[in-house]
Design a protein around this ligand. Structure first.
Ligand SMILES: [Zn+2]
Length: 150
């Protein structure tokens, strides 16, 4: 399961009540993405909550693909966002705090930790393969990316 399947809308039940609509708790569930992408019912939310939800939509659901928001870019952008948070030196709990503050979403710190471990293992695999194939630039960039996540 991808980490984006484990990102949840904070105060989900309260939001659903305020918006007078039902949607899944998963921030990247198809129906939730549709709702946020269309921006329907957001006017019913209080200002602070609405701003965060709009920021989420603007930062992650902003592509022009025909299939948007189901084109895979929202998930990829969110993964990039998580890696950036990690690169600023934040631990899993702090990363969750920041995403809650910024976008009204949360995850379990243990899931974030597993995601970071997996990312590092993937980079190690890329590094090894690139070394074997003699692609020293690719190996080096994977090595640098891995170091930034440590
Ligand atoms: Zn897209």
């Amino acid at each position: 399961m991808a980490i984006t399947d484990k990102i949840y809308v904070k105060n989900h039940r309260q939001l659903a009540t305020q918006m007078e609509t039902n949607f899944p708790k998963g921030a990247f569930s198809g129906a939730t993405l549709d709702l946020l992408f269309r921006g329907e019912n957001l006017a019913k939310l209080d200002d602070t909550t609405r701003d965060r939800i709009l920021d989420f939509a603007e930062d992650f659901l902003d592509c022009d693909c025909e299939a948007a928001p189901h084109c895979g870019h929202p998930e990829r952008k969110f993964v990039a966002y998580l890696l950036e948070l990690r690169e600023t030196g934040l631990g899993p709990q702090a990363m969750v705090d920041v995403m809650s503050d910024e976008y009204m979403v949360y995850a379990y710190p243990g899931d974030i930790r597993s995601f970071l471990d997996d990312s590092i293992r993937q980079l190690e695999a890329i590094e090894t393969l690139a070394d074997v194939d003699g692609h020293s630039d690719a190996a080096e960039s994977a090595r640098q990316a891995r170091k930034r996540l440590r």
